[in-house]
Write a protein that binds this ligand. Structure first.
Ligand SMILES: Cc1cc2nc3c(=O)[nH]c(=O)nc-3n(C[C@H](O)[C@H](O)[C@H](O)COP(=O)(O)OP(=O)(O)OC[C@H]3O[C@@H](n4cnc5c(N)ncnc54)[C@H](O)[C@@H]3O)c2cc1C
Length: 509
């Protein structure tokens, strides 16, 4: 019997307000409707992007809405919050984080939470960052376990479940066998499993006689909300010594520059002016492209072609019909990621991307509460947060192809299920952007991690910290630079950008 899905109404979470500064836990927070063209933008005046200080003083600034920090981070997703954490833990700098909404309202709140190496390729541009990031998650989990006050499992959703990358055809099996060799040579513990060995490990899974898997016993998972809560708690512990402030439900609107030096000094939000003496970091995920346009135009033009890639995640509470012993991913998803990270074409997109086609790959994990978490869909639908029932149905059916027991289970979307929607920050060449903006040397962008942001956040935070301090990085940051990747585009579109001095709107002193 085929699975039946009863859809009554889609759950659409409503916003939770958090005042700033705040130490409230994001546990109670749910993703909210938020888009660049959302309500907060309607309210906003169209401010000049790079505004000179005198205009600011004449128009908005008062002593009460200005605050001074060493670093201002725009965006309180996993990337922005972990950058703040790393700076607080490893430097004496003070940090402010500002978000248009609340933590977990972006892609982070929909993240499945796998911190896996099974779908990565040794030697690729992303490899080192992934290896370092996973090591940092391991260290964080060990630290939490050693602290008392709750295990990493309880506080981070941390589990070393291992991952199974699963194939069903002889071709997929051959690619898994090859992948096992390559990962083993790179020092990752990887095992190739025939159909019968796989069955012994994961009896509920059915891959047919030609199927098999690659098994990485050291792969781990986190819970995105718990991880964010833990990171926020760390960050907020620096509030009392005046080193940390957070400003939520307060969208960043423009950058303010010094008339004397021309450097960017502050971020103008809807309610505040946040001065960043040392650096301003833009970690606003899929919103970064339009935010940069409104920040920089018309004085500077830089097009970072990050765009929202919508994803659905299905959480079925206390699902006991299928027992999972490990995290699972179908090999097609890994192949997709490899194709993306091998792409060097920034201007064009793959045929899947061009047509905005929906694609669904099976990823399945159990969280610490025993909920079945099923991923995921990928499609370009702007910033739509609507739950698409047909997509959820397809995800359920796709999972049913791997878990026969699920085929007989009706899924009632209103009963014991949660559907999370997130917008992955997609880059056409499959790599994040982590770099200072040329000609604005204290403004740094950290975004574009697409389906890897939870995994890569800690390594990104370390990289950003090293960049700010001028330290040599532990991981080569050149694959993520702006100059090496965007110079052609910038030059073609905006010839003045690299070759002429900045022209400001006011007379410089
Ligand atoms: C279904 C799904 C499953 C996933 N599973 C995994 C997984 O298992 N493992 C993994 O590694 N990754 C996974 N990802 C990817 C991961 O969730 C993202 O890469 C990551 O969350 C991106 O984090 P971020 O901080 O860059 O962006 P976001 O989390 O989107 O945060 C950006 C923040 O910027 C804020 N913002 C926007 N504009 C402004 C403004 N003007 N002023 C102030 N703030 C602003 C937003 O409100 C938002 O909070 C998944 C994603 C999806 C959708």
């Amino acid at each position: 019997m085929d699975a039946t899905i009863a859809f009554a109404s889609a759950r659409n979470p409503s916003p939770t307000r958090v005042s700033s500064p705040s130490s409230a836990s994001p546990f109670s927070r749910v993703p909210q409707r938020f888009a660049v063209c959302g309500p907060w933008r309607g309210r906003a005046r169209r401010l000049r992007a790079l505004r000179p200080q005198s205009q600011v003083q004449a128009t908005r600034a008062t002593a009460s809405d200005a605050s001074h920090h060493d670093v201002v981070v725009v965006g309180a997703g996993i990337v922005g919050l972990t950058i703040a954490r790393h700076l607080l833990l490893h430097t004496p700098l003070s940090v402010a984080v500002v978000d248009a909404a609340v933590p977990c309202s972006g892609a982070t709140g929909a993240g499945q939470g796998y911190v896996w190496m099974c779908h990565r390729t040794p030697g690729s541009d992303m490899w080192e960052l992934a290896v370092r990031s996973k090591q940092l998650w391991e260290e964080l989990a060990a630290e939490v376990d050693g602290q008392g006050g709750g295990s990493a499992r309880e506080r981070l959703g941390w589990m070393r479940t291992g991952s199974l990358l699963v194939g069903r055809t002889p071709e997929e099996l051959a690619s898994l066998e090859e992948r096992t060799k390559v990962l083993s040579q790179a020092g990752i513990h990887a095992e190739f499993l025939s159909a019968s060995s796989l069955h012994a490990l994961e009896p509920a899974l059915s891959v047919g006689k030609d199927g098999g898997a690659m098994f990485l016993p050291q792969d781990c998972q986190i819970d995105a909300f718990q991880a964010v809560s833990l990171i926020e708690k760390t960050n907020n512990s620096y509030s009392s010594e005046g080193r940390y402030m957070e400003f939520y439900n307060d969208p960043a609107m423009s950058l303010i520059r010094s008339e004397v030096t021309g450097t960017v000094e502050a971020v103008q939000t809807s309610r505040n002016i946040l001065y960043g003496r040392k650096a301003i970091i833009i970690a606003s995920g899929a919103w970064t492209r339009s935010l940069l346009h409104s920040f920089l135009e018309p004085d500077l033009k830089l097009d970072i072609p990050v765009k929202p890639r919508k994803g659905h995640l299905l959480v079925v509470e206390k699902f006991d019909k299928v027992k999972l012993n490990h995290g699972l991913m179908e090999v097609g998803y890994a192949d997709y990621q490899i194709a993306q990270s091998n792409s060097s074409n920034m201007a064009s997109e793959s045929s899947e991307d061009e047509h905005g086609a929906l694609s669904i790959s099976m990823t399945a994990t159990l969280d610490t509460k025993g909920n079945l978490v099923l991923g995921s869909s990928r499609e370009f639908k702007g910033f739509s947060r609507e739950v698409d029932k047909s997509v959820v149905k397809s995800m359920w059916e796709r999972a049913g192809e791997f878990f026969p027991a699920m085929k007989n289970v009706p899924l009632d979307i209103d009963q014991n299920t949660q559907i999370k929607i997130g917008h992955r920050p997609y880059m056409p060449d499959g790599k994040p952007v982590i770099d200072f903006i040329p000609d604005l040397p204290n403004v740094l962008i950290a975004t574009g991690h697409e389906g890897n942001g939870l995994t890569m956040a800690l390594g990104t935070a370390e990289m950003v910290t090293d960049m700010i301090l001028g330290n040599p990085g532990k991981v080569d940051s050149s694959p993520f630079s702006i100059k090496h990747r965007f110079s052609g585009i910038i030059f073609r579109k905006y010839q003045c950008f690299l070759h002429m001095p900045l022209v400001y709107n006011s007379v410089q002193k």
